[in-house]
Design a protein around this ligand. Sequence first.
Ligand code: WT7
Length: 637
Amino acid sequence: MSYPFQVRTREEYDAAYKKSVEDPEGFWADVADTFVWKKRWDKTLEWNFTGPDVKWFAGGKLNITENCLDRHLATRGNEPAIIWEPNDPEEHHHIFTYKALHHKVMQFANVLKNNGVKKGDRVCIYMGMVPELAIAVLACARIGAIHSVIFGGFSAQSIADRLQDAQAEYVVTCDGAYRGNKDIPLKSVIDDALVQCRFVKRVVVLTRTRIPVSMLKGRDVWWEDEIKKVETMGNPDCPAEEMDAEDPLFILYTSGSTGKPKGVVHTCGGYMVYTTYSFVNVFQYKPDDIHFCTADIGWITGHSYIVYGPLCAGATSLIFEGVPTWPDAGRFWSIVDKYKVNILYTAPTAIRSLMSFGTGPVNAHSLESLRVLGTVGEPINEEAWHWYDEHIGKGRCPIVDTWWQTETGGTMISNLAGVTPSKPSYATLPLPGIQPVLVDEQGNELQGNGVTGNLCIKFPWPSIIRTTWGDHERCRTNYFATYPGMYFTGDGCLRDEEGFYRITGRVDDVLNVSGHRIGTAEVENAINMHAGVIESAVVGYPHDIKGQGIYAYVIYDGTHHDPALTRQDIAQTVGRIIGPIARPDKVQFVPGLPKTRSGKIMRRILRKIAEGETENLGDTSTLLDPGVVEEIKKGKV
Ligand code: WT7
């Protein structure tokens, strides 16, 4: 495959950027023309950010799986599409060629159809990192069903909330999942969720760990049995459903600063174009490169850069079932050597965690196949950047620091490997087609270099969020109302003297814990459900490995059996309501919370105390009861 839209030099980058601003429609039409469309679009872009109402490639007809699979069959049919490395290094790995993956996707698409799934229906996928997860995702796309993948670390309650919000009548899951030395009982979690979701008609269960599971007559079926049924029907084909460019492709739930997680909606045409374009450009993908993205497919990174971007580009994408530290802290490095991985894309959290084991586990491996390294999900500190550069990249691999969000669909600001310069802790420059701006609190655009402000994007790109499922107004108020006429990211950002962008972190009440996005309000609601809790306030604090840890201040009026145990009970409640990833790291019992006279919690003060600051807490004169601050300082955990 060749990629006519791949920018290969700094001069080409500058020229592409200029063209993308002067003639965005011409720029994106050229990129989109390299894909397979069942019918070409009528109008490249129609948009306003007041609705918001954004349509890319309107009137175009396509199916993304024809671009991920069918179009590669003639040229790359026998090349590996997916390499799957199991949790246990002793277990056999699997390689799926494009032909094999195409066949499996059509088979499972027929299973979905046999079970009543139709175009536009929502299918919830709750699985471990097995190849069938990618197959299930693509099978949905094949028949035009809207997938909603839920990360395996979410609780039954979180699943029930998402199933209800999406009105998903179909679920695909596994009996269990292997992660390191743990076996996670996924089907059992689904069973708990479905007690509240009687509208679910069918649950397809893949065998993985073969732990005992309950199978409800009339509702639950085994993946393997259903495959056998479609095999005996003879015709393995499943034609790709004709989709409108603006038909929804998937929903992915993500946390905001208020309320329950919202369902970010991406559509077929624009998402396909942008994920492929950004994949090829950021990593400077070359045919036959082995790409290893360590994210979970339950997050947007896995959707865009394990499944859709790489497969549309005809790449080889490695899926790893396990965790970086099991059976030992050299697992990533042994995978790199085993498959001669060329591109490694991971999170700063993973790098910091592996750093803590020293260079021993690294030096046992050669890593000579590596050509490009990437990071995503949170700001990378300079120390981790240099360690990654020196010990993993051996000083010869460019590191791409990719800034983006669930809502943006693909990477927005990043250096292009070996093409534009890198700078430790900087995402650096926008991709051609992306127009970032920094604004002050009043929404004035900050001109020139050497400025810090809130990061907005002032022109649409093909994979911009279209809506939040079932609640368009929420999409408007969350992203398009703070600064009218712009998409607001929620991130703070510096543009330095050279014009390079450095993301400084969220400016709203959203935490980033190990690269996972968690709303403070969501955690507070969960804590407040614990018996005896009167009120709580949650803030982030710097954590050496996770980036941010969760610090909870709790007013508690229940029976203290033992404060240490009660703290654990509270964490347990949060684990039940949201999932283990949202469990607070620290819980402090407080007599009151610092509030203004109007009753607003002053989080700024709580953040400072959680950071260990005792002196400079800023202006406390507007507090209703300044005395409470002293009490909180004394009780810090
Ligand atoms: C938030 C989005 C993008 C996929 C994974 C996370 C933070 C993301 C970077 C980066 C600094 C980053 C931002 C953003 N973030 N990448 N390279 N440098 N911060 O997706 O869960 O939607 O979270 O992650 O704060 O807003 P997400």
